[in-house]
Design a binder for this molecule. Structure first.
Ligand SMILES: C[C@@]1(CC(=O)O)c2cc3[nH]c(cc4nc(cc5[nH]c(cc(n2)[C@H]1CCC(=O)O)[C@@](C)(CC(=O)O)[C@@H]5CCC(=O)O)C(CC(=O)O)=C4CCC(=O)O)c(CCC(=O)O)c3CC(=O)O
Ligand SMILES: NC(=O)C1=CN([C@@H]2O[C@H](COP(=O)(O)OP(=O)(O)OC[C@H]3O[C@@H](n4cnc5c(N)ncnc54)[C@H](O)[C@@H]3O)[C@@H](O)[C@H]2O)C=CC1
Length: 221
């Protein structure tokens, strides 16, 4: 049976990570990256690990530590402690991920590739996390950084109205024509003039990067 993939909105919401070893800190970084607040519980928690949006709790886990949490991660390296965290999460009805005992938890994390608002999540049903990371890295070569601008363009086209007479409406066909017209290569080359030409050709004369409110990032030195 496969797991059910979702993207959670956690901005400003409290999540709890129990354990501040490499695994607990990796889960913490992922949560902070999407704007969550993290209550980080660990007797070995160093000051330098605690930045903004981390509520440090420097002791072992206790009942009550999960109050207010939307998601919980147990990564203590000790099965009994992880199970105690899971029991408390179950008691208050909050989903929990057990780093060492995933089959006893409610969810797991994929390897993620991000290009701006584009996110690709790769998982192996827990079978080989290292393979998930490898596949993510293979996809990174196929999806250069400019895909973040492709997403911005697609999003702006989708929101834009009214359309120019003769210009194609937003949709799969339009997106395919832009991609077939080498949109990604033009963006990679920061060739704004030809990106505009392609946008006008496919979507109508008034459709340019500026009209869509998009400016190309500076070329790396
Ligand atoms: C079930 C799951 C639950 C969860 O933690 O969410 C889980 C469980 C376990 N991982 C283990 C080992 C490793 N995990 C990694 C790395 C990652 N693990 C991640 C996810 C997941 N790991 C979930 C399933 C995802 C899927 O379906 O594929 C990634 C993708 C995402 C993330 O953690 O954010 C992240 C890549 C981060 C990145 O590169 O971006 C590495 C590689 C490394 O560290 O470099 C190793 C060593 C190599 C290996 O074993 O493959 C062990 C054995 C522990 C032991 O033996 O001690 C268990 C427990 C078990 O399997 O029983
Ligand atoms: N799911 C995943 O992605 C992976 C999972 N693992 C597994 O995850 C577990 C954690 O791995 P590491 O971070 O390398 O371990 P670690 O031993 O470096 O860190 C464990 C942390 O938990 C803290 N801790 C221990 N007991 C606690 C308690 N009762 N309450 C609060 N904090 C407590 C420790 O002080 C330490 O900060 C291991 O069981 C490991 O096998 C390992 C690799 C990847």
């Amino acid at each position: 049976m496969f797991d059910y993939p979702v993207f959670l909105q956690l901005r400003g919401k409290c999540c709890v990570v129990v354990g501040s070893g490499p695994v607990g800190m990796r889960k913490t970084r992922g949560l902070l990256a999407v704007g969550a607040k993290v209550r980080l519980i660990s007797p070995t928690l160093e000051d330098w690990r605690c930045g903004e949006n981390i509520e440090p709790v420097r002791r072992t886990f206790r009942a009550g530590d999960l109050d207010g949490a939307r998601l919980v991660f147990a990564a203590t390296g000790d099965n009994a402690s992880d199970r105690a965290v899971a029991a408390e999460a179950r008691r208050i009805g909050v989903p929990v991920c057990l780093a060492a005992l995933p089959e006893e938890g409610d969810f797991s994390l994929p390897a993620i590739l991000r290009r701006g608002d584009l996110a690709v999540a790769v998982a192996t049903a827990g079978g080989s996390p290292a393979l998930a990371a490898e596949v993510r890295d293979l996809l990174a070569d196929l999806l250069p950084g400019s895909w973040s601008v492709v997403v911005d363009i697609a999003t702006a086209l989708r929101r834009r109205k009214p359309l120019d007479a003769g210009g194609a409406a937003y949709g799969r066909e339009t997106l395919r024509r832009l991609l077939d017209g080498q949109l990604v290569a033009l963006l990679e080359a920061r060739d704004a003039a030809n990106v505009d030409r392609l946008l006008q050709q496919v979507c109508g004369p008034s459709c340019t990067l500026a009209a869509l409110g998009i400016s190309l990032p500076e070329r790396n030195p």
